[in-house]
Design a binder for this molecule. Sequence first.
Ligand code: PEP
Ligand code: MN
Length: 296
Amino acid sequence: MLENKFPGKDIELDDIKTKFPLVAKKNSKDKNSVFEINGVQFGSNYIPIFAGPNMVENEKLIIDTAINVKKIGANFLRGGAFKPLTFPYRSEKYNETRLDGLKWLGMAKEESGIGIITEIMEEKYLDDVCKVADILQIGSRNMQNFPLITACAKTGKPIMLKRHFGCSLRDWLGAAEYIMVEGNNKIILCERGVSVPHTHRSTSRFLLDLQVVPAAKDYTHLPIAVDPSHATFWRDWVEPMSLASIASGADAIMLEVHPDPENSAVDPLQPISFNAFDDLLKKMKKIASAIDKKIG
Ligand code: PEP
Ligand code: MN
């Protein structure tokens, strides 16, 4: 088992060997997990890209986005039919989505052939979500919703577990262990920004914790994705932080991409356009090749 680098100092990780035997590396030379989802490799030197809108707003938007992001080079379409919105006062647009959103995701998949990653919030919709999703996304807010995680794990579907913005690496790995203990090994961890005190927060909604990428790799064999869109909240910063994410060792990148970013139904400051996605992908490829990795 991997030794804690800072025995006695980082008490959080002292017990990793006994508490997280399945997600933990046995020693630092242990191989990373490599697996395929829809023929796309995770955990190797290939870096899959997830792209799409925050929310599945309507049929036309999601089909259009699926076709375009696939053409540009994304491996999976992202988009929530179910959204953990901060306030309960939802627009008509939101109320129309949910189950319809899943139907539209299915249509987008059929039209474009791209794989789908979408969020699951409630166990009662698990069968519906599983019909369309190639990867189940557990959102930040549900990272420690253990009954939900366990139910998702039991479906055998690949799972992306987003890190809660207030949780440590230890908490995150503990949640992943809940998935592995059900015999489900296709797990992608996703860093999406952490909450910091307000004194440090004038610049962004969350702070993208890129140090957690190499840190996590010290302790777990699971692939680590990064979502710079949710962390920065500002589209202008998505590019630099995406490039930094690749440099930090990220195994996959999730990006919010929208056909009309300013008019996104949710968080309109955050998504980037198709053109910006195209440009960014070209730059990310250069960083990836500099560290012997590959995108596209
Ligand atoms: C999302 O990816 O749509 C999302 C809601 O992200 P998070 O759970 O990280 O806030
Ligand atoms: Mn969001």
